[in-house]
Design a binder for this molecule. Structure first.
Ligand code: FES
Length: 370
């Protein structure tokens, strides 16, 4: 995620060019003001592209033992699960964009966005699309969790923070509705300017349409591919952006790519997005890994992650988000130099560990404690 995105507009610079006189009507020293202006502008630009410098996700080492209170079919192959405390206790608070780490009966851990009401302190709601050719987590949710099942969760944690602003465009594709729905509701409740485009393969595949029908219809566009023939382009989705809008986007990779490419020509100002899957590898170079315990000696090509290579030989290796923010795949490094690309390790932790889902090597060899 290092490619440059939308370049900043010049509106924030206007104030720095018109330097006001001081209290005695004397002209101020331009140089220091220009330096200050450059610093402020640089900070504004960095702040605008928060996806490029996602803050570390605060780890929450808190196991909650909850019970599935309700399983509801929300669309073809999509169920929602309502989770409650077995004794009705209040649950930790969360903000739109937050997710739960859910420990499945097999021991797999997967992240699911919270898609219920953040003001409801007695239940969490998640929704899961069954992916028959996925990595098994969604199938396990569909096939094994039912009303009354116990489930351990960690969190909530937020890797997709919802910023406060006056104008939003929300873009959701399919099951990408899950983090977006609480954001839309929050923006609507605040009375700010918002628009929402919800795309999917067909209406039958799109969860929560009944709830979305309760929102202001003038601000919502439901866009099933079956009706329009082809998936929406980034430009088409961004047409609905209010001037200067902050865009929140969650959906399949082509949708996110289209929005990122077309953002500079749109009225939108900033983009925050969340992926379902591992990000593409940018500027990867090949390296070699030796696994100390299993004895495997493996080559990691430039376009693959260490995790994906290791999984072929050590299928039980722990992982979850595959995006460097959950902390599950943390692995001790016994030798070699790491190029850290995660969002979770502290500098101290990085001295001895790496996230094998995203981080790579700057040396030719790494030796890992696996
Ligand atoms: S799998 Fe989540 S940080 Fe690697």
């Amino acid at each position: 995620m290092t490619a440059p995105e939308k370049t900043g507009t010049t509106t924030s610079m206007a104030g720095h060019e018109q330097i006001p006189p001081d209290l005695y009507r004397r002209r101020r020293a331009d140089r220091s003001y220009r330096m200050l202006g450059a610093l402020i502008t640089g900070y504004e630009r960095l702040s605008r592209y928060s996806w490029r410098r996602r803050p570390p996700v605060v780890a929450v080492n808190r196991d909650l033992h909850l019970v599935v209170d309700e399983v509801r079919q929300q669309a073809d192959e999509v169920v929602s699960l309502r989770l409650v405390h077995p004794r009705g206790h209040t649950l930790p608070a969360w903000q739109p964009g937050a997710h739960l780490d859910v420990v499945l009966p097999s021991g797999r851990m997967r992240q699911y966005s919270l898609c219920g009401d953040p003001t409801d302190r007695h239940s969490y709601r998640i929704a899961v699309r069954r992916l028959a050719d996925g990595d098994g987590g969604s199938v396990e949710v569909h096939d094994t969790l039912q009303a009354g099942s116990g489930v351990t969760v960690r969190g909530p944690r937020n890797a997709f923070p919802f910023v406060t602003t006056e104008r939003y465009l929300f873009l959701a594709g399919g099951i990408g509705i899950t983090p977006i729905l609480p954001m839309v509701r929050t923006a609507a409740a605040r009375g700010v300017d918002w628009h929402f485009v919800y795309a999917g393969r067909s209406r039958e595949s799109m969860p929560f349409l009944d709830e979305i029908a309760q929102l202001d219809p003038h601000r919502v566009w439901i866009r099933p591919d079956t009706h329009y023939g082809i998936p929406a382009s980034g430009a088409e989705l961004l047409e609905h952006a209010p001037e200067g809008a902050t865009v929140y986007c969650c959906g399949p990779a082509p949708m996110i790519t289209g929005v990122r490419l077309d953002l500079p020509a749109s009225r939108a100002e900033a983009l925050h997005f969340e992926r379902f899957s591992a990000p593409p590898i940018v500027n990867g170079t090949p390296f070699h890994i030796d696994l100390a315990h299993s004895g495997h000696s493996l080559q990691v090509p430039a376009d693959r992650s260490a995790l994906s290579v290791i999984r072929e030989h050590v299928p039980e290796v722990a992982y979850s988000c595959r995006q460097g923010f959950c902390g599950t795949c943390k692995t001790r490094v016994l030798a070699g130099e790491v190029e850290h690309r995660d969002h979770v390790l502290t500098d101290t932790e990085r001295a001895e560990n790496m996230m094998i889902c995203v981080s790579r090597a700057t040396s030719q060899h790494l030796k890992l404690d696996l």
